[in-house]
Design a protein around this ligand. Structure first.
Ligand code: 4AD
Ligand code: MG
Length: 499
Protein backbone atom coordinates (compact mmCIF):
# COMPACT_ATOMS: atom_id res chain seq x y z
CA UNK A 1 0.00 0.00 0.00
CA UNK A 2 1.04 3.60 -0.66
CA UNK A 3 1.54 6.48 1.77
CA UNK A 4 -1.29 6.86 4.22
CA UNK A 5 -3.27 10.10 4.10
CA UNK A 6 -6.20 11.44 6.08
CA UNK A 7 -9.59 12.07 4.53
CA UNK A 8 -9.40 15.80 5.28
CA UNK A 9 -6.16 15.97 3.22
CA UNK A 10 -7.56 14.38 0.05
CA UNK A 11 -7.70 17.73 -1.74
CA UNK A 12 -3.89 17.72 -1.85
CA UNK A 13 -3.76 14.30 -3.53
CA UNK A 14 -6.15 14.52 -6.48
CA UNK A 15 -4.94 12.21 -9.24
CA UNK A 16 -2.59 10.33 -6.91
CA UNK A 17 -2.74 6.83 -5.48
CA UNK A 18 -3.21 6.95 -1.66
CA UNK A 19 -3.98 4.69 1.28
CA UNK A 20 -6.70 5.40 3.86
CA UNK A 21 -7.03 3.70 7.23
CA UNK A 22 -10.36 3.82 8.99
CA UNK A 23 -13.72 2.20 9.68
CA UNK A 24 -16.66 1.28 7.52
CA UNK A 25 -19.44 3.76 8.22
CA UNK A 26 -21.85 2.41 5.62
CA UNK A 27 -22.05 0.72 2.27
CA UNK A 28 -24.28 0.52 -0.76
CA UNK A 29 -24.19 -2.17 -3.44
CA UNK A 30 -25.02 -1.33 -7.02
CA UNK A 31 -24.62 -4.23 -9.46
CA UNK A 32 -20.95 -4.35 -10.33
CA UNK A 33 -19.76 -1.77 -7.80
CA UNK A 34 -19.74 -1.40 -4.04
CA UNK A 35 -19.72 2.07 -2.52
CA UNK A 36 -17.89 2.02 0.80
CA UNK A 37 -18.41 5.01 3.05
CA UNK A 38 -15.25 5.15 5.13
CA UNK A 39 -14.58 7.38 8.14
CA UNK A 40 -11.16 7.94 9.68
CA UNK A 41 -11.83 10.54 12.37
CA UNK A 42 -11.12 13.46 10.05
CA UNK A 43 -14.05 12.99 7.69
CA UNK A 44 -16.12 10.68 5.51
CA UNK A 45 -15.05 9.45 2.09
CA UNK A 46 -16.90 7.50 -0.55
CA UNK A 47 -14.71 4.70 -1.93
CA UNK A 48 -15.84 2.96 -5.09
CA UNK A 49 -14.86 -0.69 -5.53
CA UNK A 50 -15.49 -2.14 -8.98
CA UNK A 51 -16.03 -5.86 -9.63
CA UNK A 52 -13.13 -5.57 -12.10
CA UNK A 53 -10.67 -5.33 -9.19
CA UNK A 54 -11.44 -8.84 -8.09
CA UNK A 55 -9.63 -9.25 -4.80
CA UNK A 56 -10.61 -5.77 -3.60
CA UNK A 57 -14.22 -6.51 -4.50
CA UNK A 58 -14.14 -9.87 -2.69
CA UNK A 59 -12.68 -8.23 0.44
CA UNK A 60 -15.18 -5.36 0.31
CA UNK A 61 -18.12 -7.76 0.34
CA UNK A 62 -16.93 -9.20 3.68
CA UNK A 63 -16.94 -5.83 5.46
CA UNK A 64 -19.56 -5.25 8.14
CA UNK A 65 -20.51 -1.89 9.67
CA UNK A 66 -17.61 -0.46 11.74
CA UNK A 67 -15.11 -3.04 10.48
CA UNK A 68 -11.63 -1.54 10.51
CA UNK A 69 -9.76 -1.50 7.23
CA UNK A 70 -7.04 -0.11 5.04
CA UNK A 71 -7.66 0.64 1.42
CA UNK A 72 -5.76 2.11 -1.51
CA UNK A 73 -6.91 3.84 -4.63
CA UNK A 74 -6.89 6.85 -6.87
CA UNK A 75 -8.26 10.17 -5.57
CA UNK A 76 -10.82 11.83 -7.84
CA UNK A 77 -12.62 15.10 -7.42
CA UNK A 78 -16.38 14.54 -7.41
CA UNK A 79 -18.74 17.29 -6.30
CA UNK A 80 -21.55 14.81 -5.62
CA UNK A 81 -19.49 12.77 -3.14
CA UNK A 82 -19.61 13.66 0.58
CA UNK A 83 -16.56 15.87 1.20
CA UNK A 84 -16.11 16.48 -2.54
CA UNK A 85 -13.63 13.65 -3.29
CA UNK A 86 -13.92 9.95 -3.86
CA UNK A 87 -11.49 7.08 -4.21
CA UNK A 88 -11.42 4.56 -7.05
CA UNK A 89 -10.30 1.58 -5.01
CA UNK A 90 -7.50 -0.78 -6.09
CA UNK A 91 -7.01 -2.74 -2.85
CA UNK A 92 -9.01 -3.39 0.35
CA UNK A 93 -7.48 -4.94 3.43
CA UNK A 94 -9.83 -5.69 6.33
CA UNK A 95 -8.09 -5.19 9.70
CA UNK A 96 -10.89 -6.58 11.85
CA UNK A 97 -14.35 -7.64 10.77
CA UNK A 98 -16.72 -6.09 13.29
CA UNK A 99 -19.40 -8.07 15.11
CA UNK A 100 -22.94 -6.94 14.44
CA UNK A 101 -22.85 -3.25 15.43
CA UNK A 102 -25.47 -2.29 18.00
CA UNK A 103 -26.01 1.26 16.75
CA UNK A 104 -27.87 1.05 13.46
CA UNK A 105 -29.61 3.49 11.18
CA UNK A 106 -32.81 2.77 13.09
CA UNK A 107 -33.67 5.38 15.73
CA UNK A 108 -32.46 4.56 19.25
CA UNK A 109 -33.65 5.89 22.58
CA UNK A 110 -31.38 8.10 24.66
CA UNK A 111 -30.78 5.47 27.37
CA UNK A 112 -29.62 2.95 24.80
CA UNK A 113 -27.25 5.52 23.30
CA UNK A 114 -25.91 6.55 26.70
CA UNK A 115 -25.28 2.91 27.59
CA UNK A 116 -23.33 2.63 24.34
CA UNK A 117 -21.56 5.95 24.76
CA UNK A 118 -18.19 4.26 24.07
CA UNK A 119 -19.48 3.46 20.55
CA UNK A 120 -21.89 6.36 20.12
CA UNK A 121 -18.86 8.70 20.16
CA UNK A 122 -18.13 7.54 16.58
CA UNK A 123 -21.27 9.11 15.12
CA UNK A 124 -20.88 12.27 13.00
CA UNK A 125 -22.92 14.33 15.46
CA UNK A 126 -20.83 13.28 18.41
CA UNK A 127 -17.51 13.81 16.67
CA UNK A 128 -18.70 17.26 15.58
CA UNK A 129 -19.48 18.13 19.21
CA UNK A 130 -16.12 16.80 20.42
CA UNK A 131 -14.27 18.85 17.82
CA UNK A 132 -16.13 22.01 18.77
CA UNK A 133 -15.40 21.30 22.43
CA UNK A 134 -11.72 20.94 21.60
CA UNK A 135 -11.68 24.17 19.59
CA UNK A 136 -13.43 26.08 22.37
CA UNK A 137 -11.01 24.78 25.00
CA UNK A 138 -8.11 25.93 22.86
CA UNK A 139 -9.76 29.34 22.47
CA UNK A 140 -10.20 29.54 26.26
CA UNK A 141 -6.55 28.86 26.95
CA UNK A 142 -5.38 31.15 24.14
CA UNK A 143 -7.55 33.96 25.47
CA UNK A 144 -5.86 34.00 28.88
CA UNK A 145 -2.39 33.07 27.62
CA UNK A 146 -2.43 36.01 25.22
CA UNK A 147 -3.37 38.37 28.04
CA UNK A 148 -0.48 37.49 30.32
CA UNK A 149 -2.28 35.08 32.67
CA UNK A 150 -0.30 32.20 34.19
CA UNK A 151 -1.87 28.75 34.29
CA UNK A 152 -2.06 27.36 37.83
CA UNK A 153 -3.05 23.77 38.55
CA UNK A 154 -5.12 23.66 41.71
CA UNK A 155 -5.72 20.54 43.83
CA UNK A 156 -8.60 18.14 43.34
CA UNK A 157 -8.48 16.69 46.87
CA UNK A 158 -9.48 19.47 49.23
CA UNK A 159 -10.13 19.68 52.96
CA UNK A 160 -13.24 21.91 52.90
CA UNK A 161 -16.14 23.48 51.07
CA UNK A 162 -15.84 26.50 48.80
CA UNK A 163 -19.26 26.55 47.12
CA UNK A 164 -21.54 25.33 49.91
CA UNK A 165 -21.44 22.11 51.91
CA UNK A 166 -24.53 20.71 50.18
CA UNK A 167 -22.78 19.57 47.01
CA UNK A 168 -19.56 18.01 48.37
CA UNK A 169 -18.37 14.57 47.33
CA UNK A 170 -16.57 13.01 50.30
CA UNK A 171 -13.45 10.88 49.79
CA UNK A 172 -11.75 8.76 52.42
CA UNK A 173 -8.20 10.10 52.74
CA UNK A 174 -6.27 7.70 54.99
CA UNK A 175 -9.10 7.78 57.49
CA UNK A 176 -9.92 11.49 57.16
CA UNK A 177 -12.86 12.80 55.19
CA UNK A 178 -11.78 15.13 52.39
CA UNK A 179 -13.69 16.32 49.32
CA UNK A 180 -13.40 16.52 45.56
CA UNK A 181 -12.82 20.13 44.52
CA UNK A 182 -15.91 22.21 43.74
CA UNK A 183 -13.70 24.96 42.35
CA UNK A 184 -10.02 25.90 42.20
CA UNK A 185 -10.80 29.44 43.22
CA UNK A 186 -9.52 29.65 46.80
CA UNK A 187 -6.10 28.32 45.77
CA UNK A 188 -6.16 30.52 42.73
CA UNK A 189 -6.59 33.60 44.90
CA UNK A 190 -3.35 32.66 46.60
CA UNK A 191 -1.60 32.36 43.23
CA UNK A 192 -3.04 35.72 42.09
CA UNK A 193 -1.23 37.35 45.02
CA UNK A 194 1.97 35.75 43.73
CA UNK A 195 1.59 36.29 39.98
CA UNK A 196 -1.08 38.96 39.49
CA UNK A 197 -3.16 37.34 36.75
CA UNK A 198 -3.71 33.60 36.86
CA UNK A 199 -6.19 30.96 35.71
CA UNK A 200 -6.92 27.35 36.45
CA UNK A 201 -8.58 24.82 34.25
CA UNK A 202 -9.66 21.44 35.46
CA UNK A 203 -12.41 19.06 36.45
CA UNK A 204 -14.69 20.11 39.29
CA UNK A 205 -17.25 18.09 41.19
CA UNK A 206 -20.68 18.86 42.57
CA UNK A 207 -22.93 16.32 44.21
CA UNK A 208 -25.90 18.09 42.62
CA UNK A 209 -29.05 16.19 43.39
CA UNK A 210 -30.70 17.73 40.36
CA UNK A 211 -31.57 15.83 37.22
CA UNK A 212 -31.75 18.81 34.89
CA UNK A 213 -30.41 19.25 31.41
CA UNK A 214 -27.84 21.71 32.81
CA UNK A 215 -26.24 19.74 35.63
CA UNK A 216 -23.34 17.33 35.62
CA UNK A 217 -21.71 15.97 38.78
CA UNK A 218 -18.28 16.22 37.12
CA UNK A 219 -17.64 19.16 34.83
CA UNK A 220 -14.76 21.26 33.58
CA UNK A 221 -14.35 24.85 34.58
CA UNK A 222 -11.88 27.56 33.54
CA UNK A 223 -11.38 30.21 36.20
CA UNK A 224 -9.38 33.46 35.90
CA UNK A 225 -8.41 35.37 39.04
CA UNK A 226 -6.94 38.88 39.03
CA UNK A 227 -5.26 41.01 41.69
CA UNK A 228 -6.36 44.66 41.75
CA UNK A 229 -9.55 43.92 39.80
CA UNK A 230 -13.05 45.10 40.66
CA UNK A 231 -16.50 44.06 39.50
CA UNK A 232 -16.66 46.21 36.33
CA UNK A 233 -13.26 44.81 35.23
CA UNK A 234 -14.60 41.29 35.64
CA UNK A 235 -17.75 42.05 33.65
CA UNK A 236 -15.68 43.50 30.81
CA UNK A 237 -13.35 40.51 30.79
CA UNK A 238 -16.25 38.03 30.79
CA UNK A 239 -17.85 39.85 27.88
CA UNK A 240 -14.65 39.88 25.83
CA UNK A 241 -14.03 36.22 26.70
CA UNK A 242 -17.44 35.01 25.51
CA UNK A 243 -17.14 37.01 22.28
CA UNK A 244 -13.76 35.36 21.61
CA UNK A 245 -15.23 31.87 22.13
CA UNK A 246 -18.17 32.42 19.80
CA UNK A 247 -15.84 33.94 17.23
CA UNK A 248 -13.54 30.90 17.35
CA UNK A 249 -16.44 28.51 16.78
CA UNK A 250 -17.89 30.57 13.94
CA UNK A 251 -14.50 30.93 12.26
CA UNK A 252 -13.15 27.40 12.60
CA UNK A 253 -16.10 25.05 13.15
CA UNK A 254 -18.51 25.85 10.31
CA UNK A 255 -18.68 22.27 9.05
CA UNK A 256 -19.29 20.89 12.55
CA UNK A 257 -21.99 23.46 13.34
CA UNK A 258 -23.63 22.53 10.05
CA UNK A 259 -23.58 18.83 10.98
CA UNK A 260 -25.40 19.81 14.17
CA UNK A 261 -27.86 21.94 12.16
CA UNK A 262 -27.05 24.84 14.48
CA UNK A 263 -28.83 28.06 13.53
CA UNK A 264 -25.88 30.46 13.17
CA UNK A 265 -27.91 33.66 13.24
CA UNK A 266 -28.20 33.90 17.04
CA UNK A 267 -24.46 33.22 17.37
CA UNK A 268 -23.57 35.90 14.85
CA UNK A 269 -25.41 38.46 16.97
CA UNK A 270 -23.09 37.84 19.97
CA UNK A 271 -21.16 41.09 20.21
CA UNK A 272 -20.16 43.52 22.92
CA UNK A 273 -21.65 45.28 24.75
CA UNK A 274 -23.77 42.78 26.67
CA UNK A 275 -26.66 44.18 28.71
CA UNK A 276 -25.84 44.55 32.42
CA UNK A 277 -28.63 44.55 34.98
CA UNK A 278 -28.68 44.15 38.73
CA UNK A 279 -30.48 41.33 40.48
CA UNK A 280 -33.05 43.85 41.78
CA UNK A 281 -33.73 45.03 38.23
CA UNK A 282 -34.07 41.41 37.14
CA UNK A 283 -36.69 40.85 39.84
CA UNK A 284 -38.58 43.99 38.73
CA UNK A 285 -38.52 42.65 35.22
CA UNK A 286 -39.92 39.29 36.33
CA UNK A 287 -42.83 41.20 37.87
CA UNK A 288 -43.50 43.51 34.93
CA UNK A 289 -46.77 43.41 32.98
CA UNK A 290 -44.96 43.83 29.67
CA UNK A 291 -42.98 40.66 30.31
CA UNK A 292 -46.09 38.71 31.23
CA UNK A 293 -47.90 39.78 28.08
CA UNK A 294 -44.88 38.56 26.12
CA UNK A 295 -44.79 35.25 27.99
CA UNK A 296 -48.49 34.63 27.40
CA UNK A 297 -48.11 35.44 23.71
CA UNK A 298 -45.17 33.03 23.43
CA UNK A 299 -47.21 30.35 25.17
CA UNK A 300 -50.05 30.76 22.69
CA UNK A 301 -47.63 30.63 19.76
CA UNK A 302 -46.01 27.47 21.11
CA UNK A 303 -49.40 25.79 21.60
CA UNK A 304 -50.10 26.48 17.94
CA UNK A 305 -46.70 25.09 17.04
CA UNK A 306 -47.50 21.91 18.96
CA UNK A 307 -50.75 21.48 17.05
CA UNK A 308 -48.94 21.93 13.75
CA UNK A 309 -46.40 19.26 14.73
CA UNK A 310 -49.15 16.88 15.76
CA UNK A 311 -50.79 17.31 12.37
CA UNK A 312 -47.42 16.68 10.71
CA UNK A 313 -46.99 13.55 12.82
CA UNK A 314 -50.36 12.18 11.75
CA UNK A 315 -49.58 12.82 8.11
CA UNK A 316 -46.13 11.21 8.37
CA UNK A 317 -47.63 8.18 10.11
CA UNK A 318 -50.00 7.77 7.18
CA UNK A 319 -47.07 8.04 4.74
CA UNK A 320 -45.18 5.43 6.73
CA UNK A 321 -48.12 3.03 6.62
CA UNK A 322 -48.22 3.38 2.83
CA UNK A 323 -44.43 3.17 2.26
CA UNK A 324 -43.31 0.00 0.48
CA UNK A 325 -39.57 0.41 0.00
CA UNK A 326 -37.23 -0.41 2.91
CA UNK A 327 -35.22 2.80 2.56
CA UNK A 328 -38.42 4.88 2.54
CA UNK A 329 -39.61 3.17 5.71
CA UNK A 330 -36.23 3.75 7.35
CA UNK A 331 -36.21 7.43 6.45
CA UNK A 332 -39.78 7.93 7.66
CA UNK A 333 -39.05 6.05 10.88
CA UNK A 334 -36.23 8.47 11.61
CA UNK A 335 -38.46 11.46 10.85
CA UNK A 336 -41.19 10.03 13.06
CA UNK A 337 -38.75 9.41 15.89
CA UNK A 338 -37.49 13.00 15.75
CA UNK A 339 -40.98 14.43 15.52
CA UNK A 340 -42.23 12.39 18.47
CA UNK A 341 -39.23 13.47 20.52
CA UNK A 342 -39.81 17.14 19.66
CA UNK A 343 -43.50 16.85 20.48
CA UNK A 344 -42.82 15.11 23.78
CA UNK A 345 -40.38 17.85 24.79
CA UNK A 346 -42.66 20.70 23.83
CA UNK A 347 -45.58 19.05 25.62
CA UNK A 348 -43.53 18.77 28.81
CA UNK A 349 -42.35 22.36 28.44
CA UNK A 350 -45.88 23.66 27.82
CA UNK A 351 -47.18 21.81 30.82
CA UNK A 352 -44.71 23.64 33.10
CA UNK A 353 -44.90 27.06 31.51
CA UNK A 354 -48.07 28.41 33.17
CA UNK A 355 -46.56 27.54 36.55
CA UNK A 356 -43.26 29.23 35.64
CA UNK A 357 -45.10 32.35 34.53
CA UNK A 358 -46.99 32.41 37.82
CA UNK A 359 -43.75 31.85 39.79
CA UNK A 360 -42.06 34.70 37.93
CA UNK A 361 -44.91 37.04 38.89
CA UNK A 362 -44.54 36.10 42.54
CA UNK A 363 -40.76 35.86 42.68
CA UNK A 364 -39.66 37.22 46.07
CA UNK A 365 -36.58 39.45 46.35
CA UNK A 366 -33.94 37.47 48.24
CA UNK A 367 -34.38 34.11 46.52
CA UNK A 368 -31.70 32.84 44.14
CA UNK A 369 -32.58 33.03 40.47
CA UNK A 370 -33.27 29.48 39.33
CA UNK A 371 -33.05 27.90 35.89
CA UNK A 372 -36.64 28.86 35.07
CA UNK A 373 -36.18 32.52 35.92
CA UNK A 374 -32.89 32.57 34.02
CA UNK A 375 -34.62 31.12 30.97
CA UNK A 376 -37.38 33.72 31.10
CA UNK A 377 -34.88 36.57 31.55
CA UNK A 378 -32.48 35.38 28.88
CA UNK A 379 -35.30 35.24 26.31
CA UNK A 380 -35.59 39.04 26.65
CA UNK A 381 -32.17 39.58 25.07
CA UNK A 382 -30.41 38.55 21.88
CA UNK A 383 -27.02 38.26 23.61
CA UNK A 384 -25.73 37.12 26.98
CA UNK A 385 -26.93 39.21 29.92
CA UNK A 386 -24.73 40.03 32.91
CA UNK A 387 -26.65 40.07 36.19
CA UNK A 388 -24.88 41.59 39.20
CA UNK A 389 -25.50 42.37 42.90
CA UNK A 390 -27.32 39.26 44.14
CA UNK A 391 -28.53 38.99 47.73
CA UNK A 392 -25.64 38.08 49.98
CA UNK A 393 -27.54 35.23 51.61
CA UNK A 394 -27.82 33.12 48.45
CA UNK A 395 -24.18 33.48 47.44
CA UNK A 396 -20.85 32.03 48.57
CA UNK A 397 -19.11 33.21 51.75
CA UNK A 398 -16.12 34.74 49.94
CA UNK A 399 -18.07 37.34 47.96
CA UNK A 400 -17.58 40.99 48.91
CA UNK A 401 -20.70 42.87 50.00
CA UNK A 402 -21.51 46.07 48.14
CA UNK A 403 -20.31 48.95 50.38
CA UNK A 404 -23.36 50.96 49.24
CA UNK A 405 -25.85 48.19 50.07
CA UNK A 406 -24.46 45.36 52.20
CA UNK A 407 -27.57 43.23 51.55
CA UNK A 408 -26.08 42.43 48.13
CA UNK A 409 -22.67 41.28 46.92
CA UNK A 410 -20.34 42.42 44.13
CA UNK A 411 -20.93 39.35 42.00
CA UNK A 412 -21.83 38.58 38.43
CA UNK A 413 -23.62 35.76 36.68
CA UNK A 414 -23.62 35.63 32.90
CA UNK A 415 -26.76 34.10 31.42
CA UNK A 416 -26.47 32.71 27.90
CA UNK A 417 -29.20 33.49 25.38
CA UNK A 418 -31.74 31.06 23.87
CA UNK A 419 -32.63 29.70 27.30
CA UNK A 420 -29.24 28.13 28.08
CA UNK A 421 -28.94 29.63 31.54
CA UNK A 422 -25.90 30.57 33.61
CA UNK A 423 -22.55 29.91 31.97
CA UNK A 424 -20.36 32.16 34.14
CA UNK A 425 -20.43 32.83 37.87
CA UNK A 426 -17.94 35.10 39.62
CA UNK A 427 -17.35 37.96 42.01
CA UNK A 428 -15.09 40.42 43.66
CA UNK A 429 -13.75 38.74 46.83
CA UNK A 430 -13.95 39.90 50.43
CA UNK A 431 -10.44 41.27 51.02
CA UNK A 432 -10.78 42.17 54.71
CA UNK A 433 -9.72 39.44 57.16
CA UNK A 434 -12.20 40.33 59.93
CA UNK A 435 -15.17 40.62 57.59
CA UNK A 436 -14.26 37.29 55.97
CA UNK A 437 -13.87 35.56 59.31
CA UNK A 438 -17.31 36.87 60.34
CA UNK A 439 -18.79 35.27 57.20
CA UNK A 440 -17.02 31.98 57.90
CA UNK A 441 -18.47 32.00 61.42
CA UNK A 442 -21.95 33.00 60.24
CA UNK A 443 -21.99 30.10 57.79
CA UNK A 444 -20.82 27.73 60.53
CA UNK A 445 -17.77 26.72 58.55
CA UNK A 446 -14.63 25.58 60.40
CA UNK A 447 -12.33 28.64 60.65
CA UNK A 448 -9.28 26.41 61.20
CA UNK A 449 -9.46 25.02 57.67
CA UNK A 450 -9.45 28.55 56.25
CA UNK A 451 -6.54 30.11 58.19
CA UNK A 452 -4.33 29.94 55.13
CA UNK A 453 -7.07 31.64 53.10
CA UNK A 454 -7.36 34.35 55.75
CA UNK A 455 -3.57 34.85 55.54
CA UNK A 456 -4.08 36.22 52.02
CA UNK A 457 -6.01 39.05 53.72
CA UNK A 458 -3.28 39.55 56.33
CA UNK A 459 -0.24 39.88 54.11
CA UNK A 460 -0.73 42.56 51.48
CA UNK A 461 -4.45 42.17 50.80
CA UNK A 462 -5.77 43.86 47.65
CA UNK A 463 -9.12 44.14 45.89
CA UNK A 464 -9.35 41.13 43.62
CA UNK A 465 -11.78 38.82 41.91
CA UNK A 466 -12.48 36.38 39.14
CA UNK A 467 -15.04 34.07 37.65
CA UNK A 468 -15.58 30.54 36.44
CA UNK A 469 -16.96 29.48 33.07
CA UNK A 470 -18.48 26.02 32.74
CA UNK A 471 -17.09 24.33 29.65
CA UNK A 472 -20.03 21.97 29.10
CA UNK A 473 -22.75 24.60 29.43
CA UNK A 474 -20.86 26.78 26.98
CA UNK A 475 -20.45 23.90 24.51
CA UNK A 476 -24.17 23.08 24.85
CA UNK A 477 -25.10 26.66 24.05
CA UNK A 478 -22.72 27.14 21.13
CA UNK A 479 -23.63 23.73 19.64
CA UNK A 480 -27.34 24.35 20.27
CA UNK A 481 -27.79 21.10 22.24
CA UNK A 482 -30.84 20.64 24.40
CA UNK A 483 -29.01 18.59 27.02
CA UNK A 484 -25.57 18.91 28.59
CA UNK A 485 -24.95 15.12 28.49
CA UNK A 486 -23.62 15.17 24.91
CA UNK A 487 -21.03 17.91 25.55
CA UNK A 488 -18.52 15.76 27.46
CA UNK A 489 -17.13 12.41 26.27
CA UNK A 490 -18.27 10.40 29.29
CA UNK A 491 -20.88 12.36 31.26
CA UNK A 492 -21.35 11.84 34.98
CA UNK A 493 -24.85 12.67 36.04
CA UNK A 494 -26.97 11.80 39.01
CA UNK A 495 -27.94 8.24 38.09
CA UNK A 496 -25.28 7.71 35.43
CA UNK A 497 -21.66 6.64 35.95
CA UNK A 498 -21.20 4.16 33.10
CA UNK A 499 -19.56 3.54 30.77
O1 4AD B 1 -21.21 29.74 39.73
P1 4AD B 1 -20.21 28.70 40.12
O2 4AD B 1 -20.59 27.74 41.18
O3 4AD B 1 -18.91 29.51 40.50
C1 4AD B 1 -17.77 29.02 41.07
O4 4AD B 1 -17.50 27.86 41.23
C2 4AD B 1 -16.77 30.09 41.38
N1 4AD B 1 -15.82 29.57 42.36
C3 4AD B 1 -16.08 30.54 40.13
C4 4AD B 1 -15.08 31.63 40.37
O5 4AD B 1 -15.49 32.72 40.75
N2 4AD B 1 -13.81 31.38 40.19
O6 4AD B 1 -19.81 27.86 38.83
C5 4AD B 1 -19.26 28.51 37.71
C6 4AD B 1 -19.82 27.92 36.44
C7 4AD B 1 -21.32 28.07 36.27
O7 4AD B 1 -21.65 29.34 35.76
C8 4AD B 1 -21.64 26.96 35.28
O8 4AD B 1 -21.30 27.35 33.96
C9 4AD B 1 -20.69 25.88 35.72
O9 4AD B 1 -19.64 26.49 36.41
N3 4AD B 1 -21.38 24.90 36.57
C10 4AD B 1 -21.82 23.69 36.17
N4 4AD B 1 -21.78 23.09 34.96
C11 4AD B 1 -22.31 21.85 34.85
N5 4AD B 1 -22.86 21.18 35.88
C12 4AD B 1 -22.92 21.74 37.11
N6 4AD B 1 -23.44 21.05 38.12
C13 4AD B 1 -22.38 23.05 37.30
N7 4AD B 1 -22.27 23.90 38.35
C14 4AD B 1 -21.65 25.00 37.89
MG1 MG C 1 -23.24 30.08 39.97
Amino acid sequence: MTDRVQINQLADHVGAEVTLAGWLFGQRKGGKVIFLLVRDGTGLCQCVVSADTESAFANATTLTQESSLRLSGLVRQDDRAPGGYEIAVTAVEPVQLADEYPITRKPHGIDFLMNHRHLWLRSPRQTAILRIRHRLIRAMRDFFDQRGFTLIDTPILTPGAAEGAGTLFPVDYFGDEVYLAQTGQLYLESAAMALGKVYCFGPTFRAEKSKTRRHLTEFWMIEPEIAFAELPDLANLAEEFICALVHAALTDCRAELETLERDLEPLQRIQAPFPRITYSEAVERLHSDALHEQLEAALTADRERLNAWRAELEQTEAERAAARKGWQQERLDRTLHQLRERIRELEADLQNRPLHIEQAKQFAWGKDLGGDEETILSRQYDRPVIITHYPRDVKAFYMKPDPNDPRVVLNLDVIAPEGYGEIIGGSQREEDADALLARIDAEEMTPDSYQWYLDLRRYGSVPHGGFGLGVERTVAWICGLRHIRETIPFPRLMGRLTP
